[in-house]
Design a protein around this ligand. Sequence first.
Ligand code: F6P
Length: 318
Amino acid sequence: MKKLAVLTSGGDAPGMNAAIRAVVRSAIYYGMEVFGVQHGYEGLINGNIHPMSLGSVADIIHRGGTILQTSRSRGFMTDEGRQRALNNLKQQDIENLIVIGGKGTLTGAFAFSHLGIRAIGIPATIDNDIVFTRSIGFDTAVNTALEAINRIRDTATSHGRVFIIEVMGKDCGEIALAAGVAGGAESILIPEIAPDFEQIVTKINNGMKRGKLHSIIVVAEGVYPIMELKANLQQATNQDTRVTILGHVQRGGTPTAADRILASWMGKEAVECINKNMENMMIAENQGQIYPIPLAEVIYGKKSPEISMFALARMLSI
Ligand code: F6P
């Protein structure tokens, strides 16, 4: 009987539970024995590994977070930590591992696979910064940010204010771009394209001259020191300006249907890879197709923003 362990690691993302459920249920469907690792790679190092059954994943498909919990493990970045993790798996004769997480998680799986464990990755991060695929959690995070933008738009209109809304994304502008376009933002600032301060000011001033009741600026974290941006804009436009940093609200909450469906397909595909004795793969989704690609192609890649989407946002916010 094949033995398989599953873990979630790095920043949590809505839809991780749906992915865990799909992995556990598909593995049992294929007659495998499944184990859950608690607290990500840290749990692997500490031997926090327990058997899972059909019942362990009942009633979780709609829940945010991860029932397996997660960690940002420093120990797993060391040879010693990985060796301890390997020993813990070997002790239970587990040779297959499915990891659910972002870039750091996939990089860890790649390093680990050199020690003889068959590792398969499932991309799950709100940042959507993994090349060649859409990531579990992104759709929910964008919708959460959008809901917030809608609410802020109401109060911005009532007061005639400029609002700067900071969203997450680490060093990737995907959330800002999607939420900004869907939320009808006047300006969107992302790390991949140098911000044009004069253009932002001109848009706000032109808008106000035309009788616009508010301006919404969506900024990806880390692009611009947010309070400095507020002070500079307020001075340059003479408009009452407020800042909202959405932060971790984007990470929690009920996953959207799109994220649950993506997670279900990816979980099932990851188990099929194990069933076929494949290793060092990540499950990718592109234009509705789900398929494995080598981890080596993924971990060194840097996702480029959709320039056409950025151009669309600019055109529609003249
Ligand atoms: O990778 C997901 C993410 O939420 C990023 O958008 C953000 O930069 C980071 O994690 C925050 O990490 P932490 O939860 O450890 O503060």
